[in-house]
Write a protein that binds this ligand. Sequence first.
Ligand SMILES: [Mn+2]
Length: 255
Amino acid sequence: MRALRWPFRTSAPDAVSFAVPQGVRAYAIGDVHGRRDLLEQLLARIDAERRADPRREEHLILLGDLIDRGPESRGVVDLLLARSHVDPGLTLLCGNHEEMLLAILDGAADQLDAWLRFGGAECAESYGVDPLDLRTQLPEAGIQRLRAAIPAAHLAFFRNLRSYFALGDYVFVHAGVRPGIPIERQQARDLRWIRAPFLRSTANHGAMVVHGHTISEEPESLPNRIGIDTGAYASGRLTALCIDGAERRFLDVRG
Ligand SMILES: [Mn+2]
């Protein structure tokens, strides 16, 4: 991946050829993965910036993979549910981890083991379910345990997550887009899972694609995509992209 990195990594504002309308500002946050502590810190920074220097239209986009791996999946959902009632500019995207959990809750017993291994164990624990129980019971019984433990409001939260969000010259997705296909015709599977065909593509996607899902040490700023998953659950670094009219910059918190 190293060879694909665009050289600039500054956090100072850059004038770019992609923009959202003047007076509109958007913050996009990468994969939180159960790190409520980092999300709280980053939101505090963003809210402080908004208070000090407001815009006429403010957006906050979470790029998905809110849950799994880190310790506080339930806490992250609680925080964002509460915020969704008071922040009309909040958009929450569905990552492959939320998709997996929903599939399991809908009865995909064959996916339970893989989910537990890829961070679902920590998520189950945050809902008070012992992952060891889930591994030793029949998968159908495990799914019943999970269904009983996850509050209805959280289930509705997961079901209401969106696949993408378009704003000005930008489109926000969890993983990426399938090159050559318009955003409205993208498959949810590609938006939430895609890697190489998107990451290696030099095609103009018709909009600057802002995504998470694939971890890089530093945020990646390329001519056709911006990746902001800095692996918060393991690195302790949660990154956001701020797009402010025709300018943009990165901001992050480190725990
Ligand atoms: Mn992902």
